[in-house]
Design a protein around this ligand. Structure first.
Ligand SMILES: Nc1ncnc2c1ncn2[C@@H]1O[C@H](COP(=O)(O)OP(=O)(O)O)[C@@H](O)[C@H]1O
Ligand SMILES: Nc1ccn([C@H]2C[C@H](O)[C@@H](COP(=O)(O)OP(=O)(O)O)O2)c(=O)n1
Length: 205
């Protein structure tokens, strides 16, 4: 069984997926972390983030591994854990450019499709492109202001700066962010985290 939870930036995808996965007793898979890892490593190597060949060579030479767990995903490059470095504002700013590269998308998709079922997969195109056959599909939204207020609790910047950055990323990610036609769209604005998780769990029973 595969459940997909897609949505815009900071709409609650990873927190909701973790809650749903824990209730089901399965892992969740955070696809965005692989795009973030490619971005972090490209930045650290001072690569041009618009150029796929250099990034792919780097990822080929030093493979990155996603460890999906119900409580939280971890990302490794060999023995080095990248997880804590993936949510900086620098990675936030660069990741949409990297995620627009078809070669990087293929690199991510191949890793995701190799994972053993069952799991909850979250990202942008889990229900459309990567797992179109998933049994249950959801898409989370909320206004940019509400998302910025939530994310401001996790970032040093103020709400208006975060809101502007989220809107910029929404625009850059538009191509791969359309909801699947068979996804249930949930506006998380009026709901708390548990409310969103319960809405999804109700549909799974
Ligand atoms: N429905 C909600 N109500 C209140 N806070 C939420 C809700 N959903 C998510 N959050 C909070 O918003 C922040 C962003 O959520 P996160 O799961 O990281 O989103 P995403 O994976 O879409 O970027 C987190 O601090 C999370 O706890
Ligand atoms: N399946 C996916 C997942 C993420 N991405 C891209 C788009 C996002 O800007 C970045 C980071 O995604 P992530 O879900 O980690 O972070 P946000 O919720 O957007 O803050 O990766 C994508 O293109 N396709």
């Amino acid at each position: 069984m595969i459940v997909t939870i897609d949505g815009v930036a900071a709409s609650g995808k990873s927190s909701v997926s973790s809650g749903v996965a824990q209730a089901l007793g399965v892992p969740y898979v955070s696809s965005g972390l692989l795009y973030r890892a490619a971005t972090l490593l490209g930045l650290e190597a001072s690569l041009d983030l618009h150029a796929a060949p250099g990034l792919l060579a780097l990822l080929g030479a030093h493979p990155v591994r996603l460890e999906p767990l119900a409580g939280g995903n971890r990302v490794w490059q060999g023995e080095r854990e990248l997880t804590d470095d993936l949510h900086s504002s620098r990675v936030d700013r660069g990741v949409s450019v990297v995620a627009a590269l078809p070669e990087v998308r293929e690199w991510v998709d191949a890793q995701l499709r190799a994972l053993p079922e069952p799991f909850v997969a979250e990202g942008r195109d889990m229900g459309t492109n990567v797992f179109p056959h998933a049994s249950h599909k959801f898409y989370l939204t909320a206004s940019a202001r509400i998302r910025a207020e939530r994310r401001a609790r996790e970032r040093p910047e103020d709400v208006p700066a975060i809101e502007a950055a989220l809107q910029r990323r929404d625009e850059l990610d538009t191509v791969q962010s359309a909801p699947a036609p068979d996804a249930l769209v949930i506006d998380t604005g009026p709901l708390d985290l548990q409310g969103v998780i319960d809405t999804i769990l109700t549909r799974l029973h």
